[in-house]
Design a protein around this ligand. Sequence first.
Ligand SMILES: NC(=O)c1ccc[n+]([C@@H]2O[C@H](COP(=O)([O-])OP(=O)(O)OC[C@H]3O[C@@H](n4cnc5c(N)ncnc54)[C@H](OP(=O)(O)O)[C@@H]3O)[C@@H](O)[C@H]2O)c1
Length: 319
Amino acid sequence: MKAVVIQSFGSADGLAVIDIPAPVPGPGQVTIAAEAIGVGGVDAMIRRGTLAGYGIEEGHIPGSEVAGAVTAVGEGVDASWIGKHVWAFTGRGGGYVEQALAPVEEILPLPADMSAADAVTLGSSGMVAHFALAHAHFVPGEAVLIRGAAGSIGIMAVQLAARGGARAVAVTTSSAERGARLRALGATHVLDRSGDGADAPTGYDVIIDIISGPDMPAFFDKLAPNGRMVAVGAVAGFPPADFGAAMLASFVKSLSFATFSADTVAPSARRAVQLDQWAAAGSGDLRAVVHESLPLEKAALAHRKMDDGEVFGRIVLVP
Ligand SMILES: NC(=O)c1ccc[n+]([C@@H]2O[C@H](COP(=O)([O-])OP(=O)(O)OC[C@H]3O[C@@H](n4cnc5c(N)ncnc54)[C@H](OP(=O)(O)O)[C@@H]3O)[C@@H](O)[C@H]2O)c1
């Protein structure tokens, strides 16, 4: 079967399409004939080599979520899964393939009205956005800033904060056109990447930071007293080593900083939130924003588009 592999870390040119044997599911696993594969910001970070220190090596197959039909089950898995359309989390990799493996506890049946492309767009992004807001102890009436709102996690965080009764949902983004699209999803204030903009709220109760990087400490100044910043991603790399000093400089504001990783959420809790969100998508309360669908073989093009900042929402690969 076809698979896309990172032959060398760095630019998207390091991605190659290769042939590998079709997988055989092990105990507790299922095989899924992928109809849609999500391209996440984390895939681009992995391809660049940013996470090489976390045990990810060249030769890695990126991609962490697919949707399609179950074609085989391993030992201990109920054979009635075969033929069902599911969404699956494949882990830190293994998704850019025609047939993917996933543990049975990481698959979820698709509602009849949900496309495979929408499933891999809402899939983990919506769940991460939900738990990030919960981790920030967000409550209705609060002012929220989503830093890096135009990606798949940010788009979901904007929609969830707006639906959750935020007083303000400010977003950072790089263009007025993207800002207009974010307003249509529930943003109330559109700011540039440094967090400046006309009528910007003066203090946020919650900042969901998908970007991190060198500019992160400056965002502590934008928190209101008792404000909470939750770092969800590191699209611009890690923050400066002394970033905590910026928080301590505002000691009297009783600020909080936390990281959030979905790895700390039990699969059953993740599934419950995903099912709720998929029902909301079915009734039109949440929107999956698919930027573009491309053939699996065009994974390098998809990554170039991610690197060039062209993508609003999620690129989906189709085998
Ligand atoms: N916490 C978890 O459990 C979890 C799970 C999955 C992924 N992640 C993390 O989430 C991140 C990816 O999220 P995503 O796919 O939603 O994001 P993304 O699509 O990679 O990026 C989101 C947006 O950030 C903006 N951006 C890009 N570079 C920037 C820079 N240098 N400075 C400021 N803004 C910049 C761009 O929008 P504009 O051009 O409009 O500014 C881009 O559309 C990764 O770091 C990944 O590791 C976390």
